[in-house]
Design a protein around this ligand. Structure first.
Ligand code: PA5
Length: 455
């Protein structure tokens, strides 16, 4: 028994429930006609490197390589630090938090093998300074991830850590403390890795924000002791679902279609993801990048200027009931909300009884039940105020369900891009500030950017 399939409940997205702010059945039926041709297009173009995330769940070679390497780590190390930014760290972080819990590194038994830390996602020096104080560096392996091999945040942190480790262990020994994932053809990281003979696991051919089920996410998850085969089995279940050309059976397409209708027909250009599980807070950060970077585009497939984009918001239930819900219920009608609910929470903590007060009703309830009741109450309140909202239901928070969840959003992003007619794999808008930063830091041949900046 792998642990059940995730469901998407979209009843409160419909016009029947939220009036003119919800989708109409005939609108969905019209969009549904595209599904078959989208799936055909995806099948035909599967060999493009950008679409290689579709193959990640079936990449047995990477799976075996990751298992072989990570099996040996606990004999030498207690900690693994992922050094990367954006697509090169958000997926790994989301997996670790989801499976190990929010405060995993403080709690023995939460992680099963190595503790996983995350660094390199900033040039703020303080987190780096704090991290090296906390870690026993002799028992630490650094996993450096950068597809381009040129990202300033990742590379500056890597160079610092490399030097630190050479001081601590000597040049020869320090190499055992680094594993590198990058493209093997261009970029400084690949060049250094080759020159210095670090262990390299090549970056999969696609981009960062679709990389969670590639070596990028799998290596830290396996190092922590989680079952990456079940994670991939979950993804495969969602692959099968997404191949179904009947909309009612294809929940990622349904999700994409409802996001599309909200955005194009009702000016609901904000998409909130609000899990009712602290362990999924980082998952929302991963989603935020996937939606933000993939769907925002100046031009469409026909190169026509469109400036499209859906603004993703990461919220957390019930915490944000006391921060954001007022806005979602009484503010502008510009949002749709997606909750994530975990049906079976393996935690039996209960609120103790306190008799003869108004609080007596609360006593005896499990926290897990209160959490899911709070989700229900919020979803209904939103619906009653004509605010469309849907819920993704995870039977349990385990590897199998998580694998489904990641693939659900990845393939939904692809469908949504097809509906919006935009390329979900590029991010030209990210490049300008990267170029200006490199120019200001003195990168050779970047004079033209310096001139643009007025130097
Ligand atoms: O999704 C993306 O492509 C980006 O977020 C990148 O992952 C991010 O900029 C880091 O790039 P790199 O992996 O090249 O260091």
């Amino acid at each position: 028994m792998l642990g059940g399939k995730i469901q998407y409940d979209y009843a409160f997205m419909s016009a029947d429930k939220v009036g003119r702010f919800g989708f109409k059945k005939q609108e969905l039926e019209k969009l549904a006609k595209n599904l078959k041709s989208f799936n055909k297009k995806i099948k035909q173009t599967k060999n493009e490197s950008e679409l290689s995330f579709l193959k990640s769940p079936y990449d047995n070679q990477t799976l075996r390589q990751v298992l072989r390497i990570t099996r040996k780590l606990p004999a030498k190390f207690d900690n693994l630090v992922v050094v990367g930014i954006g697509g090169s760290n958000l997926g790994a972080k989301a997996i670790y938090q989801a499976l190990a819990g929010q405060d995993a590194n403080q709690l023995p038994k939460k992680w099963r093998k190595l503790k996983i830390y995350f660094s390199g996602n900033t040039t703020d020096p303080q987190p780096l300074a704090d991290l090296i104080k906390v870690l026993n560096l002799k028992k630490t392996v650094f996993y450096i991830v950068s597809k381009s091999g040129n990202t300033i945040e990742t590379l500056s942190n890597f160079l610092f850590l490399r030097k630190k480790m050479i001081w601590q262990m000597g040049y020869k020994k320090h190499k055992e403390h680094f594993i590198i994932t990058t493209n093997t053809e261009t970029g400084s990281l690949g060049e250094i890795a080759q020159k210095e003979d670090y262990l390299v696991l090549p970056h999969y051919p696609g981009g960062g924000r679709y990389s969670v089920l590639s070596v990028n996410g799998l290596l830290p998850a396996a190092a922590a002791g989680f079952d990456i085969e079940r994670l991939l089995a979950g993804a495969k279940t969602m692959v099968r679902q997404s191949k179904n050309n009947r909309v009612a059976k294809n929940s990622p397409f349904l999700f994409a279609a409802l996001q599309y209708l909200a955005y194009t027909k009702r000016q609901q250009n904000i998409s909130v993801l609000m899990p009712y599980a602290n362990a999924l807070a980082e998952f929302s950060q991963w989603f935020r990048q996937l939606w933000g970077e993939s769907l925002a585009n100046k031009v469409n497939f026909k190169n026509k200027k469109v400036n499209l984009g859906i603004t993703p918001v990461a919220a957390l239930g019930p915490t944000d009931q006391h921060s954001q819900i007022q806005l979602y219920i009484e503010g502008p009608y510009d949002k749709i909300i997606t909750f994530i609910k975990v049906a079976k929470i393996k935690n039996n903590l209960k609120v103790p009884k306190y008799k003869n007060t108004d609080l007596e009703y609360l006593g005896g309830h499990k926290f897990a039940d209160i959490l899911n009741i709070e989700h229900q109450a919020t979803a209904v309140s939103l619906m009653k105020n004509k605010r469309p909202n849907g819920t993704i239901i995870l039977p349990e928070l385990n590897e199998y369900c998580l694998g489904q969840l990641f693939y659900f959003f990845e393939i939904a992003a692809l469908y949504l891009g097809e509906l919006m007619q935009v390329n979900v794999f590029n991010q030209p808008g990210v490049e300008q500030s990267k170029n200006y930063t490199q120019a200001l830091l003195g990168k050779p041949d970047y004079e033209k950017y310096k001139k643009e900046l007025g130097y």
